[in-house]
Design a protein around this ligand. Structure first.
Ligand code: ATP
Ligand code: MG
Length: 225
């Protein structure tokens, strides 16, 4: 499903070139749950941005569901993201003036989805994350864990097959973090493919498989970290 082959990515800052990924190859099978571990600055988010079609590599091959995506245009990438990929970030990125219900509904307004179906999806996904009784709350009236659950409901309402999570429990206490991890594991059991980025070994241990990024290089062995 996700096949990265010999991916290189660097960022240019004036005259300086900062290498972020160097010769990264990774294969994630359908319905697999992989966690990506590595220290700060090692290239984890860069890797997630490429997997999530938010950014393109400088060189290398990226095949997503049998389709080469490394040469796609902005519009094509955005189309792929909209159809297949759901992002969960450390910051919940909710709109502060909208209720939980409206935050979940928001991205659906950009697609041709009837009002009736929107309502169904919003109610169902908020129920799935245990927030049926908080639909009229705004983000400031919700706890951090609840805000992250709204963010997850918003992802689920788009029905992605791949879920990419970048430090989803990074801003949460251990109890809320566990709730979020339970939801993520449930999504995997429901058949989603999950790539989870973290520097927390206890979070990473909950995946089926761990890979390690160190100085822009990926390895399936811990010794490289
Ligand atoms: N837009 C950018 N411009 C320049 N350099 C960048 C940019 N984004 C990332 N980098 C550099 O690329 C390297 C990898 O960054 P990345 O954000 O992927 O690390 P990370 O593993 O996600 O770190 P963290 O755990 O702190 O989130 C770092 O050295 C970083 O400084
Ligand atoms: Mg990062």
């Amino acid at each position: 499903m996700i096949k990265l082959k010999h991916i290189y990515k660097s960022y240019r800052l004036g005259d300086i070139e900062v290498p972020a990924l160097q010769d990264v190859s990774l294969h994630v099978k359908p319905h697999e749950f992989v966690s990506v571990l590595g220290p700060s600055g090692s290239g984890k988010s860069t890797l997630m941005n490429i997997i999530g079609c938010l950014d393109v590599p400088d060189s290398g091959e990226y095949i997503l569901d049998g389709e080469c995506v490394e040469n796609c245009t902005e519009n094509e990438l955005s189309d792929i993201r909209g159809k297949k990929i759901g992002f969960i970030f450390q910051q919940f990125n909710l709109l502060p003036d909208l209720t939980a219900y409206e935050n979940v509904e928001m991205p659906l307004l950009y697609h041709r989805i009837s009002a009736e179906e929107r309502h169904e999806r919003v109610m169902k996904t908020l129920e799935q994350v245990g927030l049926s009784d908080r639909i009229y709350h705004k983000p400031s009236q919700l706890s951090g864990g609840q805000q992250q659950r709204v963010a997850i409901a918003r992802v689920l309402a788009g029905r992605p097959s791949i879920i990419l999570a970048d430090e989803p429990t990074g801003n949460l206490d251990s109890v809320s973090g566990k709730e979020i991890m339970d939801i993520i594991k449930g999504l995997w059991q429901d058949g989603n493919t999950i790539v989870l980025i973290t520097h927390d070994i206890h979070v990473a241990d909950q995946a089926e498989r761990k890979v390690y990024v160190h100085d822009g290089k990926l390895s399936d062995k811990e010794t490289s970290v």
